[in-house]
Ligand binder design. Structure first.
Ligand code: 16G
Ligand code: ZN
Length: 518
């Protein structure tokens, strides 16, 4: 039968050659591309089961986001564009780590646990980023889908959020939008044009944005968008993959962590810049001031810009809607203070990882969520209700945010530009909303990162004993000092974050905390 045949193909064409355990983490499976062929094939098999279990189309995205070009990864997308629930992450880990001969038994256990009807027609959407390894890995997924008699549809190159969009549109009977690239760009462009014409663009606004596309898939996609926007928005795209290497000294993660401009573009003062990551689900902005000093406008600055604007719309409407913001421990202390004290916007804090933010955001009528690293969007479950009163708000939520279950660099960029145009703001004006506390991130290689355990949304350590007391002691020596450590969910390291009154102090505090972790 099909299951036996699938196992035979696994052994023959996609064997598991190394006896190494790999787990489905925060962002799916992610490791060196060379170790992933059998993982991809088996994820193709699992996608068929997921599709049969859901009686819906399931997505499989091949990317390792901001990781180095040599890495790759894969994650499943559930029927409404969300991440798969925990049980399925566990099935994925089981199926990937069994021997080739063990495949039928694992499949059968999943079929039993989920009461799957193997006669249901399965449909799987596949897409990939621009890594050299992605094409052959996506073919392994495709063969996995076919081995269990599923119907694969290969979109080729897409950003991660585009695939989420495709899956969700397909499963909602297309009443949200067409599951095609034309559908996606058409929707975004139409909303942007509408908001610009109807709320007016202040003269002080400059529609020029320089985009660092991390040498990834975001470059060609941003160009497609540009073609639909004419002169309303002028994207000048660098790091488009024709010269540089993916994510190497460029992209959102590099710019955020190193706090400097990427290679591959000539940065001038007076201009506005945006950096995407390798699969274009994150964006951060930056600029150079008149003294040629670099300034970062990260996920916290985007969240603040968006939350303040939406709050204005809500207040103006007189509607009783509660608006809140969700952040993680990485959020700059100044942003949290500004929002809670000045703007009176309630702020919740959750552990790192989009799924936690996305989930928490639903506790508000309008939940803005962003990680400092640039992952985020706005979530609103009952937007129909404000349609008549809050026309702009509705357009924004419906067209820029509704389908963004993971954040989307392209639609977030349009959202930021919409607000800047409405306010007539430059990057400097935006930056002046509040001043970031200087901060530093470090990563520490340790023997076993699982020894570090945290609580209180990763802000405090519970293990090893004594570590939190040490951190508290160090932090107390710095004005406006704050620091935490947490085990990474994507790399074999412990991460350290520190902020303080000056850059020198933030650097020093991070170092001192790093030493007690080590
Ligand atoms: C993943 C997460 C991202 C998080 C990052 C933290 C998603 C889609 N992506 O990339 O949100 O910021 O991991 O990585 O959830 P870390 O655990 O290595 O610090
Ligand atoms: Zn990404």
């Amino acid at each position: 039968d099909a299951i036996k045949r699938a196992a035979a193909i696994a052994q023959d064409k996609h064997p598991r050659v190394k006896d190494q355990i790999i787990t489905y983490g925060t962002a799916g499976f992610r490791t060196r591309a060379d170790d992933l062929d059998h993982v991809m094939y088996r994820m193709g098999l699992l996608a068929v089961l997921a599709s049969q279990s859901r009686k819906a189309t399931i997505g499989v995205m091949i990317t390792a986001s901001h990781n180095p070009e040599e890495d790759n990864g894969v994650k499943l997308i559930d029927k409404l564009g969300e991440m798969m629930p925990l049980e399925w992450e566990n099935y994925a880990t089981q199926l990937v780590n069994t021997s080739d001969k063990g495949i039928p038994a694992v499949i059968k256990s999943i079929v039993e646990a989920e009461k799957i009807d193997l006669n249901v027609k399965a449909k799987v959407f596949i897409a990939r980023d621009t890594r050299p390894s992605s094409l052959s890995l996506s073919q392994a997924v495709l063969q996995g889908v076919q081995a269990l008699d599923g119907h694969p549809f290969d979109f080729g190159l897409l950003t991660t959020p585009q695939l989420h969009y495709m899956v969700c549109c397909e499963n909602t009977n297309k009443n949200y939008g067409e599951p095609t690239e034309d559908g996606y760009f058409g929707k975004l462009a139409a909303a942007f044009l509408k908001l610009q014409t109807e709320s007016g663009v202040k003269r002080a606004y400059s529609p020029k944005v320089n985009v660092d596309a991390a040498n990834g898939v975001g470059a060609s996609k941003a160009r497609q968008l540009q073609n639909m926007l004419g002169s309303l928005l002028q994207l000048n795209i660098s790091n488009d993959g024709t010269q540089g290497k993916l994510n190497y000294r460029c992209g959102a993660d590099y710019v955020k962590v190193q706090q400097c401009a990427p290679d591959g573009l000539a940065i001038e003062n007076g201009m506005r810049y945006a950096s995407f990551d390798g699969d274009a689900d994150r964006v951060v902005y930056f600029y150079l001031d008149n003294d040629n000093k670099f300034h970062l406008l990260d996920g916290d600055k985007i969240a603040t810009l968006v939350a303040a604007y939406l709050q204005e719309l809500v207040t103006g409407s007189g509607l009783n809607l509660n608006l809140g913001l969700v952040q993680t421990a990485y959020a700059n202390g100044s942003s949290t203070n500004f929002l809670t004290q000045k703007m009176k916007v309630p702020v919740a804090c959750v552990p790192t990882g989009v799924k936690y933010l996305h989930h928490k955001a639903q506790e508000f009528d309008i939940g803005v969520y962003f990680e400092a690293n640039g992952h985020g969007t706005v979530r609103s479950l009952n937007i129909q209700y404000c349609k008549i009163y809050l026309y702009h708000l509705h357009t924004i939520l419906e067209h820029f945010c509704k389908l963004q279950t993971v954040g989307d660099a392209i639609s977030d960029l349009l959202l930021v530009e919409t607000i800047l145009a409405y306010r007539g703001w430059s990057a400097v004006d935006w930056d002046n909303m509040y001043t970031d506390l200087p901060n530093r991130q470090l990563k520490i290689k340790v023997k076993d990162r699982t020894v570090v355990q945290t609580t209180d949304a990763e802000r405090r350590v519970t293990s090893p004993p004594g570590l939190q007391e040490e951190i508290d002691r160090l932090v107390s020596q710095y004005k406006n000092g704050r620091s935490f450590v947490r085990p990474s969910g994507t790399e074999d390291v412990v991460r350290v974050y520190a902020e303080a009154e000056t850059q020198e102090y933030a650097d020093r505090l991070a170092c001192e905390v790093g030493q007690v972790v080590y």
